[in-house]
Design a protein around this ligand. Structure first.
Ligand code: ZN
Length: 278
């Protein structure tokens, strides 16, 4: 009887023992996968698709959030500029207002990552957009030009020039250049506290995204924001996240399948991103 009892106990305990071990190994794998995922630039579609007029969102905000806590992009219908910060996805709309986007709203283009501070520095004194980009480019030249960098600049800006686009309605029959010609709105602020979210893409990304720097801004009071066209930093903290991985999620739509993405759109992208006429 005693032996039978021992066997019974073994029968119960052993599978549990192995089960617990198998589970902890799984957890370890999951953890290392999580750590690797944090170093990935996750991109929804191509900026070049958006340029050609593919404004229909594919991925919902709720799923985008699973891939990062910092980033930029736009929404279905190019309905404003997207700023991802922490667990929040904000829309800086074409009328100048800022709101948090709904979880089921969809994204035609965005780039996000999980932000881990690899390096930080203070930016003091009067630094304008050209001086900032020069400083950032010099740093990238030292760190290596062929990987991705996300930056966060939090502080006080004596000047902030942003733009956003008015929402487009289907059928989407304009290119992004055509939208920006008529439906781009500009907002100029002074002495505003907030955060600039910036992404650097290497030159070889010019068929998938915008090579170089792309920055969006949101104020601390979450009332102002947009795509950065100009600025002047009063004092700020600059944080860097070096990012080596890249993952792209393409739309499954018929319209996306039919766009000609072999055309080099670098010049049009430059026009849209920097608004050179402004
Ligand atoms: Zn932008």
């Amino acid at each position: 009887m005693k032996r039978f009892l021992t066997l019974c106990i073994m029968a119960i305990v052993l599978p549990t023992f192995f089960c617990v071990h198998a589970k902890s190994a799984d957890n370890r794998d999951a953890k290392s996968a999580d750590a690797a995922d944090r170093e990935i630039l996750f991109q929804v579609s191509l900026l070049q698709g958006l340029m050609l007029g593919d404004f229909e969102g594919s991925l919902p905000i709720s799923e985008l959030k699973e891939h990062g806590d910092i980033g930029l992009g736009t929404f279905t219908g190019v309905n404003g500029e997207m700023i991802v910060l922490g667990d929040h996805v904000y829309r800086a709309a074409g009328d100048g207002s800022v709101e948090e986007a709904a979880a089921d709203e969809r994204v035609p283009f965005a780039a996000v990552t999980f932000f881990d501070v690899d390096e930080q520095e203070s930016l003091d004194g009067s630094i304008d957009f050209a001086a900032l980009r020069k400083r950032l480019d010099e740093k990238v030249a030292t760190l290596g030009v062929n990987r991705f960098y996300f930056i966060k600049i939090k502080g006080l800006f004596s000047r902030m020039n942003v733009r956003s686009a008015l929402k487009q309605n289907p059928p989407y029959d304009k290119t992004l250049v055509q939208v920006m010609e008529k439906d781009q709105r500009f907002f100029n602020y002074e002495n505003v506290a907030g955060t600039v979210v910036g992404l650097y893409c290497p030159a070889y990304m010019n068929m998938l995204n915008a090579a170089g720097w792309h920055m969006h801004f949101i104020s601390d009071d979450r009332a102002k924001g947009g795509h950065v066209l100009g600025l002047e930093i009063k004092s700020a903290q600059l944080e860097w996240d070096y990012t080596n991985g890249f993952q792209m999620q393409l739309p499954n739509s018929k319209s996306f399948a039919e766009f000609d993405l072999q055309v080099d759109q670098s010049e049009d992208i430059k026009k849209v991103e920097t608004n050179e006429k402004h």
